[in-house]
Design a protein around this ligand. Sequence first.
Ligand code: ATP
Ligand code: MG
Length: 423
Amino acid sequence: MIQKPKGTYDVFGKNSKKIIYFENLFREVMSKYNYEYFRTPIFEASELFHRGVGETTDIVSKETFNFKDKSDRDMTLRPEGTAGIVRSFIENKYYSNPSMPVKIWYMGPMFRYERPQAGRYREFYQCGVEVFGSNDPLVDAEVISIPVNIYKLLGFNGIKVNINTLGDTESRLNYKKALLDYFKPHINDLCEDCKARYEKNPLRILDCKVDASKSIMDNAPKIKDNLTEESLQHFEMVCKYLDSMGIEYVIKENLVRGLDYYTHTVFEVEANIKKFGSQNVLCGGGRYNGLVSTLDGPDMPGVGFAIGIERTLLALDYENINLIDEDGLDIYISYMSENEKAFAMNLVNILRLSGFKTDLDLIGRNIKNNFKQAERLKAKYVIIIGEEEIKNNILTIKNNISYEEHKIKFDDLIEFFDTNISE
Ligand code: ATP
Ligand code: MG
């Protein structure tokens, strides 16, 4: 038997219902926030991620699925959504859109070659947003409010928002220098990856999972001591707007996040599940004012986040939150014999087109088994079609809860169900 590839999973049964519920909620919230849906390819030129995500990130240096196409082009299965959206934003000249800022959402599979564990897969789904064209801290606050509201609407209790700022380019340069000075005498205490990060991007040492618990991390210089006046002000305004919405957050000073091009605000939304470790981070995001120009677009700011859908659903399970819509069928249809099948088929088609959740016996059960099936499908009404019904054009409709029976003319059927089945 052929098995699924390592680090992937199939969706069926209860999980498919949960996923549909979550995805519908996300779409609905995005529409309320007035965001536009973008869908970009699942594979892109490898260079896009090298430049857009950054060579020193774990994502690009270790985790990508790469292949050459038949014309020898280097391709990569997208490990995240932002780079593709930025590419599309630039390629389609969305930067000249008169209605700034451009607010975009996306949802789809991402691929990372990681060690599979609970909440960590090689193919996983993210949904997220990118907002281009505004430097206003209002946008940072709006973007943070989206996952917060989604988790609220899902009914989460134990969710925490961590935020930090990396400041503007000048602040980052100051900070980078302070970090280099600080880590220099400790370089041999760092893991191999961090030795490389020291050379290329010392900020990311703070993001290291291997070195995280070492005491040298506790005393490392803090970004807040290296911020320019303007950067500090931006961050204070973001906090003020979050306060105004009553959104609680914790300022986590060593929060840096994966992308190389983050500036100013960075944030993550964290669950509190024992043994879930770093998989407790359900959502990450921030501002990246350098990214659009890095990918050959105009100098234009951006802010975004990505929610990990699997981790979110696992966290919901952990909090015993049941998303499954338990609604059964509106109507279940069965027939007495072969002769009534065509009539039944037409009836089920009409009812479905009229908006009722309807199903039809497809394996020729006897009456007793049809009622059992209607029970399993939690049907509100059952219609059994026989010779008489077709001849007189009057159907017997059984209410499967009160067991009342109604004789209704074929032409009055839709009206009957419209009045008796509420949304
Ligand atoms: P981690 O530190 O856990 O590896 P990350 O910093 O690599 O996460 P991001 O690139 O910021 O994660 O992605 C945003 C979200 O996508 C994460 O918070 C997480 O919920 C989800 N995610 C990332 N990688 C995976 C994966 N391999 N499997 C499932 N979900 C993932
Ligand atoms: Mg990761």
